[in-house]
Design a protein around this ligand. Structure first.
Ligand SMILES: Cc1cc2nc3c(=O)[nH]c(=O)nc-3n(C[C@H](O)[C@H](O)[C@H](O)COP(=O)(O)OP(=O)(O)OC[C@H]3O[C@@H](n4cnc5c(N)ncnc54)[C@H](O)[C@@H]3O)c2cc1C
Length: 481
């Protein structure tokens, strides 16, 4: 016999948690089904060398206030990062690596070409070319769908290669030519039309953003947001069921049947859990699909009105991260601030980024003598990285300019993120647009998640909350006399 739920949310990453939490606020008690043993998806923490640290996402962009407001509402303190960010690039001779600070900007598009940090990043010729942007009028690049075309058209190749590629590519793990401008920097095109210059457009977006750093987190680690959300959903009358794999959904006249199984370990522990045991069914008038993209498409494919067909997500990058806890007083001086993004092909290191996590988020190591470094590897289209502790220490020593050895290490963890962050290409966004139109025809049904809403918590959290609101409003309208 199927059980009954007022609403079902499939997937307990931040999108699903945000949707389920908003449903409880609106007086609907959801059942959230999550296949892993814990919620949070790509937001999770674990102890490394005696301190509990974020191992997946660690911050949210402040361009939307949704994450900070939610965190504060849940009683968490919102903190901004310590230390400046740097880029690891190539010296003028093209032989050695060199570190320079990231100029003030949007995805490293500078907001002021007279900023000395821009001159430090570019050659005199590169800077002169960038200045063309100030006088070329709004048309060039106005229709550029991808970030690389926009930046190269307006500011020239050097700004693209030396500033935007390491930052945008570091955050999204693909070249900016595969990033839709409107998704990775909403409002930039519109600001270009108004300001007639990409530099002034970046400045106007920064002026509209909250003052201070572009990102924030919750004191003690972002993973605390997950625990707080799970607690609040329970307090609001909802149920969070972990180790439940959803295997199918079916539309019926009065709602949806959702079939789920106990989750078992996949033969390769890096793979998602697999269904085991007898199926269970729940009937609900209101369904939210909040899965990662591949799982979502597999579940949605049989729903004919959605016309998913043979749509597969663009392949993401195979990423790996070495998280290292050390006792090393020489790191107290924060030699590279909160960390560095590495320009693709830059010499002397194979890492793509280093975060000096304990400098960036000092509340995570309060009262200890620990330093925590997160050294990241892997870019789209490259072989799966398999870094060792020794590889990561060697890269960290080069990037930070401090000698490091295994004797300094008090704990470490290597984590793989296979096929992660499917790129938000313009084609992908088009398909999502068509899917949104088709899904709007299905009663009591919404889709959310990073693949659908845009990568990053600043996109995912407000979208999850918004779909919950839409469902409740629709439901109330349907019930109106
Ligand atoms: C290494 C890394 C670092 C990142 N850092 C940042 C950062 O600092 N800031 C930022 O804003 N973004 C960051 N991101 C991106 C951000 O983490 C994601 O955009 C966001 O967390 C995605 O949330 P989601 O809920 O859409 O998906 P997910 O977190 O992937 O959640 C989907 C959930 O669905 C569950 N699931 C899958 N299949 C089933 C099934 N059949 N039945 C039930 N449950 C199922 C999964 O177990 C998972 O919990 C990072 C991403 C990576 C990979």
């Amino acid at each position: 016999m199927p059980t009954q739920a007022d609403a079902v949310v499939v997937g307990g990453g931040l999108a699903g948690l945000a949707a389920a939490h908003r449903l409880t606020e609106l007086g609907v008690a959801p059942l959230l089904l999550e296949s892993r043993g814990q919620c949070g998806g790509l937001v999770f923490g674990a102890p490394v060398g005696g301190v509990t640290v974020d191992l997946g996402a660690e911050s949210f962009a402040r361009r939307s206030t949704a994450c900070a407001e939610l965190a504060e509402q849940l009683g968490l303190e919102v903190v901004t990062p310590g230390g400046e960010s740097w880029i690891w690039g190539t010296d003028a001779a093209g032989e050695r690596g060199r570190a320079f600070r990231i100029p003030h900007g949007v995805l490293s598009i500078p907001t002021d070409l007279d900023d000395p940090q821009v001159a430090e990043a570019l050659s005199p010729e590169g800077l002169a070319r960038a200045r063309d942007d100030l006088t070329m009028g709004p048309e060039p690049g106005a229709d550029a769908p991808d970030l690389a075309t926009l930046v190269e058209t307006r500011l020239g190749r050097e700004v693209l290669d030396r500033l935007v590629d390491p930052v945008a590519g570091g955050v999204h793990s693909v070249h900016p030519s595969r990033l839709a401008v409107d998704v990775v920097s909403p409002g930039l095109h519109e600001a270009l039309a108004e300001e007639g210059s990409l530099v002034r457009a970046a400045a106007s977006l920064r002026a509209k953003a909250p003052a201070g750093p572009l990102v924030a987190s919750t004191a003690g680690g972002l993973f605390r947001l997950v625990d707080a959300l799970v607690g609040a959903i329970g307090d609001g009358g909802g149920t969070v069921a972990t180790r439940r794999v959803v295997t199918s959904i079916e539309k019926v006249d009065d709602g949806w049947f959702v079939t789920h199984h106990t989750a078992g370990r996949a033969p390769d522990p890096a793979d998602p859990p697999v269904p085991t045991g007898n199926p269970e069914q729940v009937h609900t008038p209101t369904l939210v699909i909040a899965l990662d993209g591949r799982a979502a498409l597999d579940l949605l494919r049989p729903l004919e009105p959605l016309a998913i067909g043979d749509w597969e997500l663009p392949r993401g990058a195979d990423l790996a991260q070495v998280c290292i806890a050390l006792v090393k007083p020489e790191l107290d001086a924060a030699p590279r601030g909160s960390g560095l993004l590495v320009t693709p092909g830059a010499p002397e290191v194979t890492a793509k980024a280093l975060t000096h996590y304990s400098i960036k988020w000092p509340t995570t190591v309060d009262g200890t003598n620990r330093h925590v470094l997160r050294v990241s590897y892997g870019r789209a289209g490259q072989p799966t990285p398999r870094p060792s502790l020794e590889d990561a220490l060697a890269d960290a020593a080069t990037l930070l300019g401090v000698e490091l050895s295994v004797d300094d290490v008090v704990g470490h963890m290597v984590i793989g993120f296979p096929n992660s962050l499917p790129p938000q290409t313009p084609e992908h966004r088009e398909r999502v647009g068509a899917l949104t139109a088709a899904a709007a025809e299905l009663d009591g049904f919404e889709i959310t998640g990073a693949w659908y809403a845009g990568t990053g918590l600043a996109a995912v959290v407000p979208h999850g909350r918004a779909v919950a609101e839409k469902l409740v409003v629709k439901h109330d309208d349907d019930d109106a006399p």
